[in-house]
Design a protein around this ligand. Structure first.
Ligand SMILES: [Zn+2]
Length: 371
């Protein structure tokens, strides 16, 4: 789209955003996207009750949108450990997770470029979201998933009509299989939620909405689940669009897989891959996130930090949310658990309003191992 460019975060290569490329072709590093980055609230589309109301800061126009009405999820007042908080209900998006924000933008972008099939690697919410938007666009979707993935998690993608290929080996081997499949099919593009910069431009809209819902200001702090980091890096992009003061961004990761916590403790500029242990927070079990450098910059630049959450606290927090009528999956409770942990183990929190993002629906995972 005119005026939008991608810049390699490692070698500085710069290209127009008019192709399906998902990483730098020179050095293989992740892209950073820039374009119409400043949001004029007077130029919103008040009648557009979806994330497409922010068209002026999106790299795809409303005319090219593949949409299921995503965005404008409720922001409701609630309570955690006796403290008032706001809950952002992104588990109410069309396929049941926040990933619909990125999927809508990315599928729109690749559909506009003429691709007839998208290739995806995921075992959970991203596969469902991308398969759902491919269905809405009337194009094919091929999901590559780890062979160990539970069949129930792929049922939603299959229901949308996606073809599913199971791959033996590591998460990286699954991604490589998807990349090979896309590279050998001229009608296909690799639609990676962990790599593609256009995905971030969709996920940033959660914080633009919060800004509007709070009456034209940011909260003091946001607690969010972080695996691949699109919610976190998206939040940083949202802050670039509007005047401050800006929120502290607190990344919540399972103790079983917490590369950000480890990198911040070391003062490192990038994450080092970790060996993940089992966790109920499956959606945040990303041992080597490609956007590690951008995630650390987003946390540090906001005055935030990261919390590693033990399984017992996560389970107790899931139960607390359910008892408030908020039926989320375990991964989605990480932010709420991080808030509770910060209250008890950290000094005073930033003064002011706190937003907890609830990212995925409990309808996908059920109550097994929590009850
Ligand atoms: Zn490069």
């Amino acid at each position: 789209m005119a005026g939008w460019t991608v810049i390699c975060e490692r070698c500085g290569a710069l290209e127009q955003l008019d192709h399906a490329g998902w990483c730098c072709p020179r050095c293989g590093a992740v892209w950073v996207i820039t374009g119409s980055d400043s949001l004029d609230p007077a130029r919103l589309f008040p009648s557009e009750r979806s994330l497409w109301r922010y068209e002026q800061v999106l790299p795809v126009s409303r005319a090219d949108a593949v949409s299921l009405g995503e965005g404008m999820t409720p922001l409701i007042p609630g309570e955690l450990s006796g403290h008032p908080v706001w809950f952002k209900l992104d588990f109410l998006l069309p396929t049941g997770s926040f990933k619909d924000r990125g999927a809508s933008l990315l599928v729109s972008h690749l559909h506009r470029l003429g691709y007839r099939r998208l290739v995806v690697d995921s075992s959970g919410n991203a596969a469902a979201a991308l398969a759902g938007y491919c269905a809405a666009a009337g194009i094919g979707c091929h999901v590559f998933a780890p062979a160990v993935t539970s069949p129930a998690k792929l049922a939603q993608a299959r229901a949308y009509g996606a073809r599913v290929t199971l791959v033996e080996g590591s998460r990286e081997q699954v991604a490589a299989a998807a990349q090979r499949a896309a590279a050998t099919d001229p009608a296909a593009a690799y639609a990676s939620h962990n790599w593609h910069p256009v995905f971030i431009e969709g996920t940033k809209t959660w914080l633009l909405e919060v800004w509007e819902q709070l009456g034209g200001r940011f909260p003091a702090a946001c607690f969010l689940p972080v695996g691949g980091g699109s919610l976190l890096v998206g939040a940083r992009r949202a802050c670039q669009a509007l005047p401050g003061p800006y929120p502290a961004l607190i990344a919540a990761q399972p103790q079983a897989c917490a590369p950000l916590v480890e990198a911040l403790a070391r003062g490192a500029a990038d994450v080092t891959p970790v060996v993940p242990a089992p966790t109920l927070a499956e959606g945040a079990r990303i041992a080597a996130p490609p956007r590690g450098r951008q995630m650390l910059a987003a946390i540090r630049g906001s005055g935030g930090w990261a919390e590693a959450i033990e399984e017992d606290l996560l389970i107790d927090t899931v139960r607390q949310l359910w008892r408030q009528g908020l039926y989320v999956e375990p991964t989605a409770a990480l932010g709420a658990a991080a808030f509770r942990q910060a209250l008890t183990h950290r000094g005073p929190l930033p003064e002011g309003e706190v937003v907890i993002v609830l990212t995925g629906s409990g309808l996908k995972t059920g109550t097994r191992r929590i009850k």
